[in-house]
Ligand binder design. Structure first.
Ligand code: FES
Length: 122
């Protein structure tokens, strides 16, 4: 295999990028891009807090999942979900970082308030 030595990983929706070496985990790339992705298991495929997703067309940019990741994700793999701590970068790839659940809740409430849909904001 003639792998590129430096690979560009683009994280959506913020469009942040990291230039990383072939074979590093997505979690390392996330951190290099300055993105905080909470984890609890220390990258051992235990907590599932590092879930990210990739489009099917970008799947070749990551090493195929190993047994631990397959066991944890099951059918979510078919939806493009990967564990950042387990997925190794294989080529240029775009990765979707899910919105933090607390931030998402705040954003939804603020949007509803702006539309005048909620008098009970908090
Ligand atoms: S960091 Fe816990 S599953 Fe990836």
């Amino acid at each position: 295999m003639n792998a590129k030595s430096q690979i560009t990983v683009t994280f959506l929706p913020e469009q942040r990028t990291a230039s990383v070496k072939h074979g590093v985990t997505l979690l390392e790339a996330v951190r290099k891009a300055g993105i905080v992705l909470p984890t609890r298991c220390g990258g051992k495929a235990g907590c599932m807090m590092c879930k990210v997703s990739v489009e099917r067309t970008d799947a070749a940019g990551l090493r195929p999942p190993a047994e631990a990741e397959k066991r944890k994700l099951g059918s979510l793999l078919d939806e493009g979900v990967r564990l950042a701590c387990q997925a190794a970068v294989w080529g240029d790839v775009q990765v979707h970082i899910p919105e933090d659940p607390l931030k998402a809740a705040v954003r939804r409430r603020l949007e509803a308030a702006r539309r005048g849909e909620s008098e009970d904001l908090w």
